[in-house]
Ligand binder design. Structure first.
Ligand SMILES: Cc1cc2nc3c(=O)[nH]c(=O)nc-3n(C[C@H](O)[C@H](O)[C@H](O)COP(=O)(O)O)c2cc1C
Length: 221
C-alpha cells in the first residue's frame, strides 16, 4: 500500500466484523510496530494480545463502565473530550462528538464480538511520547492488512483490574498506555477529511503568522 493512502485513510474503525485476525497478520502488525522510534532504543514496551472470548467478555464489562465514567465527566464539562482547540468551531466539534458517540456506542454494545484486543504497556512512556509512535505504526500496519481498529484509553479508569486480569508485573514499572480494538471493518475506509486545514493550524517564523501556503483540501488522493 502507498504510504500516503495509509496515512490519509487510517481512520478509527468502530464497526468490526467478528472474523479472527490470522496469527501471521498479527505478527506483521507487531513486527512493524516494534520498528518505531523510542527514546534511547530502550524498547520498554510490551504488547498483550487478547483473543480469549471469556477475557474479552470481562473487558467488555469494564470498557462499558469506563466509558460511562468518561461521558459523565464530559457531561459535567470535564475530561479530554470537552474543549476544542482555541479558534476551532464549537458547532463542528459538537457534531463530531455526536457522531463519535454513535459509533462509540456501537463499539461498546458489540464489544464481545471484537476479534482482538491489543493492550500496550510501557515503562515511563514520557506522557505517551515514547509509545505512541509504536501504536501508530501498529495501526498503519494494520491498515495495510485491511485491519481496522480504535485506540482507546478509557480502561485506564480501571488499571488495577486490567493489571489483575492480564497478570501484569506492575512491580517492574509496567503501565497500560492504551488498548487497541482490532478487526476487519464493516464499513469502508475514507480520507480523514474532518481536520482543520494545515494553514489554520500552522505558522511560519512566529505564532499566528501566515504559513505561506493554503491547503483547502486534503492533498491525497
Ligand atoms: C489518545 C487517544 C485516545 C483515544 N481514545 C478513544 C476512545 O477511548 N474511544 C474511541 O472510540 N476513540 C478514541 N480515540 C480515537 C479518536 O476519537 C479519533 O482518532 C478521532 O475522533 C478522529 O477520528 P478518525 O481518526 O477516525 O478521523 C482516541 C484517540 C487518541 C489519539
Amino acid at each position: 500500500m502507498d504510504i500516503h493512502e495509509a496515512l490519509y485513510t487510517t481512520r478509527m474503525m468502530r464497526r468490526l466484523r467478528p472474523d479472527p485476525i490470522p496469527l501471521d497478520t498479527q505478527a506483521r502488525i507487531l513486527d512493524a510496530a516494534v520498528r518505531a522510534p523510542n527514546g534511547g532504543n530502550t524498547q520498554r514496551w510490551h504488547f498483550v494480545a487478547v483473543d480469549d472470548r471469556e477475557l474479552i467478555r470481562e473487558f467488555a464489562q469494564l470498557f462499558r463502565r469506563a466509558r460511562a465514567i468518561e461521558y459523565e465527566k464530559f457531561s459535567a464539562g470535564a475530561g479530554p473530550m470537552v474543549a476544542t482547540a482555541p479558534g476551532a468551531d464549537p458547532t463542528t466539534h459538537a457534531e463530531t462528538m455526536c457522531r463519535m458517540q454513535g459509533s462509540g456506542n456501537y463499539l461498546a454494545d458489540h464489544f464481545e464480538e471484537i476479534p482482538l484486543l491489543l493492550f500496550v504497556f510501557a515503562i515511563d512512556d514520557l506522557g505517551g511520547a515514547n509509545i505512541y509512535p509504536a501504536i501508530w505504526s501498529a495501526l498503519l500496519a494494520a491498515r495495510a492488512e485491511g485491519v481496522g481498529g480504535v485506540m482507546t484509553m478509557v480502561l485506564r479508569n480501571f488499571k488495577d483490574e486490567v493489571n489483575e486480569l492480564l497478570g501484569v508485573p506492575v512491580e517492574e514499572g509496567w503501565e497500560m498506555s492504551a488498548m487497541l480494538t482490532l478487526g476487519y471493518p464493516r464499513g469502508k475506509w475514507g480520507v480523514a477529511a474532518n481536520r482543520r486545514p494545515v494553514h489554520e493550524v500552522s505558522s511560519r517564523n512566529g505564532w499566528g503568522k501566515p504559513f505561506g501556503i493554503e491547503v483547502p483540501q486534503p492533498l491525497w488522493p
